[in-house]
Design a protein around this ligand. Structure first.
Ligand code: TDO
Length: 178
């Protein structure tokens, strides 16, 4: 795997190294030793898969609050997404800033996202699937988020008129977070 630091501190872009032969390829998507060498989490007690049916749909921007912040390893397995991270770590030099990445079934790019960062994506192709490794179990009472269209963030989502869950439509603004 090739590890490249992103602009937000602690976020890594991880690209696969394909071992190709006439049958196709093999690539590692996780290796405890390589992750340890980069000082990254290696304990993933839960993995999630989502299917998003309609292009334009937005999921997010989500995070799990203290005392169980989640580290996420994210990959688009099928289709394509525009993936957005918002730094909510108050002591971070990039607090309140966002960074976006295109993750597709073809580029197989992964994102390593530390706790304290909100995550969301817009589906760019119908029937996109996203696979997550999570460093914590799901605690619904700690599920939090920030509004996708917060004017302070001004995230330029690529597609208009997104489909959103009822919960995501009503998430607070960054300025309203405790
Ligand atoms: C996140 C999660 C949800 N659920 C349940 C709750 C609900 O009934 C159903 C759908 O949950 P949600 O509406 O929260 O799904 P979704 O909006 O896809 O939530 C996800 O969004 C992206 C952006 C992330 O970063 C993920 O960490 C996660 O928050 O699945 C679990 O059982 N385990 C989980 O780990």
């Amino acid at each position: 795997m090739k590890f490249t630091p992103a602009r937000l501190p602690g976020v890594w872009i991880i690209d696969l190294e394909l071992r190709e032969d006439e049958r196709g390829f093999l690539a590692r998507t996780f290796c405890e030793r390589e992750f340890q060498q980069h000082g990254l989490n290696t304990r993933w007690p839960q993995c999630n898969l989502t299917l998003t049916r309609r292009r334009g749909t937005i999921r997010g921007l989500h995070y799990q609050a203290d005392p169980k912040p989640e580290i996420k390893l994210i990959r688009c397995a099928v289709g394509a997404i525009w993936d957005v991270l918002v730094d909510l770590r108050r002591n971070s030099p990039t607090f309140g800033q966002w960074e976006a990445f295109e993750l597709t079934g073809q580029n197989r790019r992964m994102l390593y996202v530390p706790g304290g960062i909100a995550h969301g994506f817009q589906c760019l192709q119908d029937n996109s699937e996203v696979f997550y490794h999570m460093s914590e179990f799901y605690h619904p009472e700690l599920a939090r988020g920030v509004r996708w269209n917060d004017p302070q963030l001004a995230i330029p989502w690529p597609l208009p008129n997104p489909i959103l869950s009822e919960r995501d439509r009503q998430l607070p603004l960054l300025a309203e977070l405790p």
